[in-house]
Design a protein around this ligand. Structure first.
Ligand code: SAM
Length: 217
């Protein structure tokens, strides 16, 4: 997986590659999908949700640039796999999931693997998680119609927000960088396809074409 899906496609950060080598992805997929756990695609995890493709997890993590001293916020716990990768690279991970059953399942796996630096929150992550803000990095693993303003507000100076932004079925992987003076810089890193971010600052529902018109992109 690491050699052919990640290194061959330009993932170069040695810390990211190391974390991708170490976290046992097969423990984060349903039992009937274990044989497919290291394949080059997303997989269903129940509740209509997915564990992202390994390459997308690695690319988003590389763009986030997590450091050992960082507090990172993840929106969309899903299986807990991305949270495990982040927990290996940052000091503290706060992960928010709107589907309680998914959060519970992820908590069981991550606790059984011995992770102690992850805080689990059930709720609408499009609002971020103000009690533990600011964050050195924020990663959104669901597609948003706009960049949610609360997430930019909860970013520390020098922090990065990595988020898929765009249409319902195709987004642009976007990085919002807040410099030390608080100025915002936006860069784009290719197309991607994520399940929708549903919430106050995301899509309003599963229905096509409805969104909360707030945000900066
Ligand atoms: N990071 C996950 C992993 O490693 O398995 C994959 C996440 S999956 C592609 C997207 C997740 O975002 C889903 O579990 C979905 O329920 C969740 N989600 C969607 N809207 C959300 C919101 N407003 N707040 C929190 N979670 C949300």
């Amino acid at each position: 997986m690491v050699r052919y899906q990640l290194e061959a496609r330009g993932i170069t950060d040695p810390r990211v590659l190391d974390a991708m080598r170490k976290v046992p992805r097969h423990l984060f997929v349903p039992p009937e999908r274990v044989h497919d756990a290291y394949s080059d695609h997303a997989l269903p995890i129940g509740e209509g949700q997915t564990i992202s493709q390994p390459y997308m997890v690695a690319l988003m993590t590389q763009l986030l640039q997590p450091a050992p001293s960082h507090r990172v916020l993840e929106i969309g716990t899903g299986s807990g796999y991305q949270a495990a990768i982040l927990a290996a690279l940052a000091d503290e991970v706060v992960t928010v999931e709107r589907e309680e059953v998914l959060s519970q399942r992820a908590q069981e796996v991550l606790r059984s693997l011995g992770y102690r630096n992850i805080t689990f929150v059930v709720g609408d992550g499009s609002e971020g998680y103000p009690p533990l803000a600011p964050y050195d990095g924020i990663i959104v693993t669901a597609g948003a119609p706009f960049v949610p303003t609360p997430l930019v507000d909860q970013l520390a100076p020098g922090g990065r927000l990595v988020i898929p932004v765009g249409h319902r079925y195709e987004q642009v992987l976007t990085v919002v960088y807040k410099d030390e003076q608080g100025r915002i810089h936006i860069s784009e890193h290719g197309y991607c396809v994520f399940v929708p971010l549903i919430g106050k600052h995301g899509w309003r529902s599963e229905i096509d074409g409805e969104w909360e018109p707030e945000g900066i992109v």
